[in-house]
Design a protein around this ligand. Sequence first.
Ligand code: ZN
Length: 193
Amino acid sequence: MMMGSGRKYGKRCTDNMRSVDVRNLRRDGLLKPGSVFELSWTWRGKAEAAIAVAVTADRVRFVYCNSERGGPWEDVDCTAMLDHTPMHFGGVQTWWRCPCCHRRAALLYVGRTMACRHCWNLAYRSERETEEDRALRRAGRIRRRLGWEPGIANGRGTKPKGMHWRTFWKLCAEHDAYANQALGMLQAWLRRR
Ligand SMILES: [Zn+2]
């Protein structure tokens, strides 16, 4: 069994998120100043989500309602700047500037705000870091410090040269505590399945 990461149990965040592609909007002529329109998504034939969009000269405003994992609905009103870069063979490429990090992006993903892939994956990583991940990460850090083979399934290694025995035993005890914590949570997770 692999025990390197708790992340195997979850999907990457942006895989199941709706996105707005600036290239499609431009191609469809929707990015003209003064343009107002609605984007909607359907799921099994039913309208599921809609975003009101308003365009000014250099920015696009998104207004919609959002619910996180079946939680309460919240109004979202956010604005993304538009940016243009020259293309190799002439013409310009249009980009969003992510409202969160201001990086250029072709896609903005819809959630409690509009944001680029990087921002969602970062948010996802810190939000979804479970106790188990944390325990594994801490055990892993101790293993690296001791020069042990990675992975708590590999058990204890030996004392590195030049390290005091007291330090070594202290680190061993900490390592075992984190490893047991992670294993306990992993077993509980397996039982739930
Ligand atoms: Zn971003």
